[in-house]
Design a protein around this ligand. Structure first.
Ligand code: FMN
Length: 154
């Protein structure tokens, strides 16, 4: 039987602008740690906002989430989803990283707000399934986007 997996999705605000080099170091370090603890996920950064998906064995992700929450580089952590899942969404990513548009990130975050869901969605909809689809679509668009430097001289 497959071990149970918990998924945590949260957003937070950077306490200061974090440059490319520091982000690169943060992600490389995270990948090494996550790989050795079978944690997978993705981290988005936009206009000093983070959104991260963490997936892994319940006790491991709980401990990691707590550890990350003490990181002084961000604050106002808001848990958008903390739930058992049948399977990982990102089994091959120790921690994918992507820059995204702030507006897109804000839109994705708003879908997870219970008030928004109550206002916008009929009761008959499987909200969790819909949110997963939205997240996957968002990830597909974000990670397929060409790097920003490609546009510089066009
Ligand atoms: C937004 C954000 C996401 C992070 N994600 C991870 C992660 O997925 N895995 C990880 O090991 N560290 C992650 N970190 C870094 C940890 O908070 C911490 O700096 C790192 O684990 C090193 O901890 P240590 O200095 O106590 O060894 C993240 C930090 C931030 C600000």
């Amino acid at each position: 039987m497959q071990a149970s997996i918990h998924q945590i999705i949260y957003h937070s605000t950077a306490t200061r602008a974090i440059g490319e080099e520091e982000l690169g170091r943060l992600v490389s370090q995270a990948r090494i740690h996550n790989y050795s603890h079978a944690v997978t996920g993705i981290l988005f950064y936009a206009g000093e906002q983070f959104l991260q998906v963490l997936e892994g064995e319940p006790a491991i992700v709980a401990q990691l989430y707590e550890h990350i929450s003490y990181d002084s580089r961000h604050t106002n952590l808001t848990t958008m989803r903390y739930a058992p899942v049948a399977q990982r969404l990102f089994p091959n990513w120790s921690m994918e990283f992507s820059h995204v548009q702030s507006t897109a990130l804000a839109r994705l975050t708003s879908y997870f707000e219970p008030e928004q869901q109550a206002a916008l969605l009929p009761d008959t909809i499987d909200t969790q399934e819909m949110l997963t689809d939205l997240l996957l679509k968002f990830v597909a668009e974000a990670t397929a986007a060409p790097p920003s430097w490609l546009h510089k001289d066009l």
